[in-house]
Structure formats: structure tokens, C-alpha cells
Design a protein around this ligand. Sequence first.
Ligand code: ATP
Ligand code: MG
Length: 265
Amino acid sequence: MKAAQIAFESVVVRYPGADRNAVDGVSFELHGGELVVLLGPSGCGKSTLLRTVNRLVPLDGGRVVVDGSDVTQLDPVELRRSIGYVIQAVGLFAHMSVAQNVAVVPSLQGWTAPQIARRVDELLTLVGLDPTAYRNRRPSQLSGGEAQRVGVARAIAARPRALLMDEPFGAVDVLARTALQRELVRIVRELETTTLFVTHDVDEAFRLADRIVVMRSGRVEQVATPLDLFDQAATPYVRDLVHAGDDVYRRYFVHARELLRTANA
Ligand SMILES: Nc1ncnc2c1ncn2[C@@H]1O[C@H](COP(=O)(O)OP(=O)(O)OP(=O)(O)O)[C@@H](O)[C@H]1O
Ligand SMILES: [Mg+2]
């Protein structure tokens, strides 16, 4: 499937009874195949904005447009099947094997058993799990990091046109996390799947993103490449955020990546 384009146009969300908007007039676009990271502190509206794309959260203003269609005009079930979704809690089905979990959407779409079996093995290999060792396990027999890999495999199983990832690597240790981040970047490049990835971890954002959307209190503070965010922060808030902590490594990383990118271009 062709990589999706997603546009947020003045999106507003207010939860019932709340005294302020959780998302307060957000506009930006994801180009086909792009990996965009939503970065910001707890409660700033990242998950809410992400969930407007697959209509898990209704809008109180503005529009979300996927490949030219307003999502409210699309069938929600079809929409959700065509967009992979990974949440922090992973949410694997406990009574199903790893293979059955990965095969949920292909099964719904009526793939044949041999097609499904082949795809499951291909995906488990892609996320770094040996199919022979893992396909028949239950979620309870997996480590947190392994379960998250299965969650990623499930989300991309039916070649979704877009991928929504809400802090998918929150539950894993730093080493596994770095490996998963590297794999995710490789997978997204390989599949050319448009991806919206939520995190509050600045280093994670810098490692993954083509562009970063910095959010604060339901609003967009700045949309920029990691390099521009670093060198040309639009506001003191962004400057403090990207330079918080030890930013020597981050500086090195961002500039090295930019050099590689221009060398390859
Ligand atoms: N179902 C809900 N009902 C009412 N208010 C909600 C609901 N979900 C979130 N909120 C509120 O909306 C705001 C944005 O929440 P959201 O979950 O989008 O933040 P977030 O940026 O994802 O935070 P975190 O990094 O902690 O996951 C918060 O003030 C939160 O309390
Ligand atoms: Mg959240």
C-alpha cells in the first residue's frame, strides 16, 4: 500500500467536563513515508492527538485528513485496520499464541493459512525474534521487550498505510530500547510506512525522527528537523527541552546524522 499522507488542520479536542482543550488548535502534516515524533511533557495532549487519526478520540474542531479524506467520512473499522497502532501497554491477546497475535488483521482480511504462516515468520524475523522459538509462545512467556516486538509485528502485519506508536518502548530497558529504536527506523525505511511516534524522551525523539513536533499544553511549539530544533529553537521552552541534561552526545548525534544524510543525498 502507498505510504499515507496525514494532515492535522486546526485540530481541537476537549474532554467532557474539562476546563481546557486537551488539544488546542494543532496543524501540521506528515508526508508519505515520513517518521514524525510528537515530543512533549506528560499531559500535553500527545496521545489524544495520535488517537484522533484512527478515530478513537472524536474532534471538537478542525479536521484530520488521511490521503485526502476527512477521517470522519471513513468507516472507523476499515480505518483502524488500515493503520497500525502500538500502545505502551502492548495489549497482546493473552489467550492467543504469538503467531495468532501477529495474524489478527491478516486473518480478518481473509488471507489464506499459508499466506498468514509465511507472513508471521517474515515479521517475527523482521523484529528480531526467531520464528521457530517464538511463534507458539503465549504473551505470558515473553519478556517486556519481546512482547513489544510482537506488538510492532502485529501493527505492521497487514502492511498498513500508516503507523501510530504511543510510547511503544516505555517498558523496556535502555539496551533493548536502543536496539528496538534502530530496528524501527530500519523497518519504517524498508516499508516506507508513514509513522507518528509519541514520546516524552528527547533522546528517543532525536534518534528516530525525520521531523519533531514539540507540544506544550495542547499546542504545537515548533515543528522542525532534529538539527533545526537543536540549532534554531523557536522558543525558550524548546531550547530548554532539547538542551536539558547532558546534550553533548545529542549534539554529536544530530550533526553526525545530518552529515550522513547530506553525504547520501
Ligand atoms: N479520557 C479522558 N477524559 C478526560 N480527560 C482526559 C482523558 N484522557 C486524557 N485526558 C486529559 O487530557 C490531557 C492530555 O492527555 P494525553 O493523554 O493526551 O497526554 P499525553 O501528552 O499523552 O501525556 P503522557 O505523556 O502522560 O501520556 C491531560 O490533561 C489528561 O488529563
Ligand atoms: Mg500519552
